[in-house]
Design a protein around this ligand. Structure first.
Ligand SMILES: Nc1ncnc2c1ncn2[C@@H]1O[C@H](COP(=O)(O)OP(=O)(O)OP(=O)(O)O)[C@@H](O)[C@H]1O
Ligand SMILES: [Mg+2]
Length: 419
């Protein structure tokens, strides 16, 4: 069918043609916004999930909701090598500007606080030209949000921008993507600041998104974080939502899917949003016409898989060193179990191939690190560097003590299919 009219949108953070299956989170957030606007106590929100489930897209949708409610919003993506101060300053700056109030003394003052918060990023004795210039058109307010203690400074920053929003009858929402990448000192300061702000009934909220272990990162930092945040697990889509993600955009282009085509799509995508877009895009381009049939899907699958092997899986695999790759492959192998849950050791000539799908048996979601070590014939401690590096790169995460899992859905299968 006409590739120019292809509605599907595989890509990191790409807005899907139909945001399917997220009504619950959107409704919840609406309630949160309204409650905060009324000065009611509310918790900040954290979205967690695997790669490609749609966290960024949902975060952007929630931001859109806040903007429509007249809130000032800002957003940044955390990076492992960056401290919180600059991106937070930039987000706060955007949020104040979005409040869209013409210059008044109060707005200038708050912008000045954002500026002094930002400029504290440089050493206090840094020469003027070495100082980071956040591009804020107001005079810095010395003595506010610039103590150098990130926790104190965050509280002052959020208090002041929240106070401005409150006076204007509005709110402030700061959105943080890849939140698991914030360093330990900054994450602890952020929790403490959220805690402080939540007691002040100021209309300020932080909305974070990150990998499944983010709640563990937060509670390791501050034990009260379990009560501080409202956690929403963003998962693969249920069958009806997955169908809607394909059918609704097709309908807008006057195209349809046959019922068995939808069933086949669900079987291959597992309901993972990224895969839905990726397979949807290929099948649209290859199908001769509407309705799209199951045969069209079967023809498109190898093409979609080849595309994913390069873009989605391969690019991540490339980032691993040889030792890390061995570790990933061992994880993929020990994850395969047979029907009664006992390990199936693929690759060993004595084991018959499992009957479950393409030679791979049922798959464990997480595997014990001790089993990975055993598979590699190494001492668990000797593998810590590889494991830690993979954790840091966000390719794996620890589900519970002594167990790890891939952050990328279907990664194990990809590794087993690409020896
Ligand atoms: N609810 C949804 N319905 C349909 N498609 C979706 C939905 N959510 C996300 N997508 C699609 O899935 C893909 C991945 O989305 P997104 O980048 O938001 O995932 P993510 O969870 O942020 O991934 P990562 O962890 O890699 O950052 C995009 O192509 C997007 O269009
Ligand atoms: Mg994302």
């Amino acid at each position: 069918m006409d590739p120019i009219r292809n509605p599907y949108a595989p890509g990191a953070g790409q807005r899907p043609p139909e945001l399917a299956g997220r009504d619950e989170q959107l409704t919840t957030f609406d309630v949160v916004l309204q409650r905060i606007a009324k000065g009611r106590p509310e918790r900040s929100m954290i979205l967690t999930g695997l790669r490609g489930v749609g966290k960024t897209v949902l975060l952007n949708a929630l931001r859109g909701q806040a903007v429509r409610a007249g809130w000032g919003t800002g957003k940044f993506e955390a990076r492992p090598d960056q401290t919180l101060r600059r991106p937070m300053a930039a987000a706060a700056h955007t949020a104040v500007r979005e409040l869209g109030h013409t210059h008044s003394d109060q707005v200038d003052h708050v912008l000045g606080v954002v500026k002094s918060f930002a400029q504290r990023d440089s050493a206090p004795n840094a020469k003027l030209r070495e100082r980071w210039n956040p591009g804020i058109d107001a005079a810095a307010v010395p003595g506010r949000a610039d103590s150098g203690d990130i926790e104190i400074d965050l509280v002052e920053l959020l208090t002041d921008i929240g106070g401005l929003a409150q006076d204007l009858g509005r709110g402030i929402a700061i959105f943080i993507d890849e939140m698991q990448d914030i360093g330990p000192d900054d994450i602890s300061a952020l929790c403490a600041a959220c805690h402080e702000i939540s007691q002040s009934s100021l209309p300020v909220i932080v909305v974070g998104a990150g990998l499944p272990h983010l709640p563990a990162v937060l509670s390791a930092s501050k034990s009260y974080s379990e009560r501080l945040f409202r956690y929403a697990c963003i998962d693969r889509l249920e069958r009806d939502a997955a169908d809607a993600a394909l059918v609704v955009p097709a309908q807008e282009e006057h195209a349809e899917f046959a019922l068995d085509a939808l069933a086949e799509m669900y079987a291959v995508t597992g309901g993972y949003p990224y895969f839905i877009q990726a397979y949807g895009k290929e099948v649209w381009d290859l199908a001769p016409g509407t309705p799209i049939t199951r045969e069209d899907v079967l023809v498109a699958v190898p093409r979609a898989e080849a595309e994913l092997a390069v873009g989605f899986f391969g690019s991540r695999y490339e980032r691993a060193t040889p030792a890390e790759r061995d570790y990933l492959r061992a994880m993929a192998e020990v994850a395969v179990v047979d029907a009664d849950g006992s390990p199936v050791r693929m690759g060993s000539a004595t084991e018959p191939e499992s009957e479950l799908g393409g030679g791979s048996g049922a798959e464990l979601e997480s595997v014990p690190t001790s089993e990975v070590a055993k598979w590699l014939g190494k001492q668990p401690q000797s593998l810590s560097p590889a494991r830690d590096a993979l954790l840091k790169k966000g390719l794996i995460y620890s589900t519970e003590r002594g167990r790890i899992a891939f952050t990328v859905p279907h990664f194990g299968r990809y590794l087993r299919d690409h020896p």
